[in-house]
Write a protein that binds this ligand. Structure first.
Ligand code: HEC
Length: 140
């Protein structure tokens, strides 16, 4: 009886650890390594995409435009390689990841407050970037 209880508690701890790993995966805590699969991405809404592209041009391209000399593009090129350096060239950004980065910032990137980019605009921006890659800017 005593043995049985002990082995049950060992099992319990193991499945707790497994559960924690699943929760971390589900929340995208694994961050940069987490990529969207085709099944997860909802069909893109054209109005949101146009709005998202405009917000991207306005707030993000100062640092994330393609080419050298843009701090965001340079940092991401260093982290992930040249073909993943510009955000518009990425095919693995999830909406949640974009929303998190925009609100919290990272390193040289500032976080953006709701008074700058409101929730609706942020959702459109996240939808636009996660629908990439975008070979040419859609606002031009
Ligand atoms: C002042 C420059 C600057 C501005 C403006 C800026 N960023 Fe960034 N961004 C950066 C830098 C630098 C990094 C790399 C941070 C690091 O890891 O050190 C980055 C990283 C990111 C990442 C992480 C990409 C990855 O896969 O790790 C995302 C997403 C992102 N930015 C989105 C945006 C969006 C969307 C906007 C516009 C709302 C924006 N950024 C505006 C400088 C900027």
């Amino acid at each position: 009886m005593k043995m049985r209880l002990m082995s049950e508690s060992v099992l319990g701890r193991r499945s707790l650890a497994r559960m924690a790993a699943h929760i971390m995966l589900a929340c995208g805590i694994v961050g940069a390594g987490y990529t969207a699969t085709a099944a997860e991405s909802a069909p893109a809404n054209p109005v949101a995409l146009t709005q998202g592209a405009a917000i991207y041009e306005h707030y993000c391209t100062t640092c994330h435009e393609r080419g050298d000399g843009n701090p965001g593009t340079q940092a991401l090129g260093f982290l992930y390689g040249k073909d993943k350096a510009a955000l518009a060239d990425r095919d693995n950004l999830t909406p949640d990841y974009v929303r998190f980065l925009v609100r919290h910032g990272r390193g040289l990137m500032p976080g953006f407050r709701m008074t700058e980019i409101n929730e609706e605009e942020l959702n459109a921006l996240a939808e636009y970037l996660s629908a990439g890659p975008h070979p040419v800017a859609q606002t031009k």
